[in-house]
Design a binder for this molecule. Sequence first.
Ligand SMILES: Nc1ncnc2c1ncn2[C@@H]1O[C@H](COP(=O)(O)OP(=O)(O)O)[C@@H](O)[C@H]1O
Ligand SMILES: [Mg+2]
Length: 266
Amino acid sequence: MDQLSSLLNPSTPQLETSASAALPLPNAARAAMENAHQAWSELPEMAIVKRRLHRERVFAASDDQDTRQPLDLMRTKVGRVMKERSWVTIGVTAPTAKCGTTTIALNLAMGLARLSAQRVIMLDLNFRNPRIGSILGAEPKYPLQELLAGRRPLSQCLLRHGTNLAVGITTGAVCNGADLLMEGSTREAMSLLKRRLMADVIVCDLGPMLAGDDVLAFLPLSDCTLLVVSAGRSRKSEVDVCERDLDAYGNLLGVVMNRVPHRFLR
Ligand SMILES: Nc1ncnc2c1ncn2[C@@H]1O[C@H](COP(=O)(O)OP(=O)(O)O)[C@@H](O)[C@H]1O
Ligand SMILES: [Mg+2]
C-alpha cells in the first residue's frame, strides 16, 4: 500500500497507559469480561489466507514491515484519536465507488487487531456492493443483515479471526440498505455487538457517499467517519460535498488520500 498517504489530525495525543489494569476488577466488570470471553469463543473461527489478502492489497497482517508502514501509520493515528475521544464506531466511506474504501477499512481493522489487547469488529455495511466476504474468502452461516434485522444471534452471523477480530459479512444485495440502517433493530444489534463483545473498535465498510442515502442513514450509529479519496479519481467538488455532510451530520475524523502516484510521495 505504498500509494497511500493519510491526512489525519496531526495533533494526536499519546496512548494512555492503564494504571487501573493492576487493580482487581469489580464484580460487574469481571462478569462482563467473562460474558465477552464466552461470546467471542462462540464465534466460529475463519482461516485467512495471507496470499489472498495480498492480492487484494490488504497488507495490514503482512509480516513485511515496509509494506505495512503507511497502513500502520494510519492505523495508529486513527486508533489514538478514537481512544482519546472514547469513540468506538468508525465508518469508512468515499465519494464514489472504487476509491479504495473496502481496502482501507479492512487494512484498518486488521491493523488494529494486530494489537492483541484490542477487540475489533469489522462490519460490511456496503449493502449495494458487499465485498468483504469475497476478499476474505469467507462465508458466515447467516449474513450480517440477519443480525441487524434482529433475526439471528451474534454467533450465527459473525466469524472470528484469531482471538480479537470479529467480522460481519453481508451476502447478496440488500435492496433497502438505508431503511435497514435506520431500523431500531439495527441500533439494538450495534449496541449488542459493542456490549457483548466489549468492542474497542467497530470498523464499518460503507458504500460510496454520493450513490445514495445509506451513509447518511448510518451516521447516527457511528462516532466518526474516515473519508477515502482517490488521487486522480475523486473530484474536488465531490470531496467538498462529502466533507461538508460528514462534518454536519457526524464527526469527520480524517481524510485518507489513496492511490497517490509514487512521484508525489518522494
Ligand atoms: N492504493 C491502491 N493502489 C492500487 N489499487 C488499489 C489501491 N487501493 C485499492 N485498490 C484496488 O482498487 C479496487 C477498488 O478498491 P475497493 O477497496 O474495493 O474500493 P471501494 O470499496 O471504494 O469500491 C480494488 O481492486 C483494490 O484492490
Ligand atoms: Mg467497497
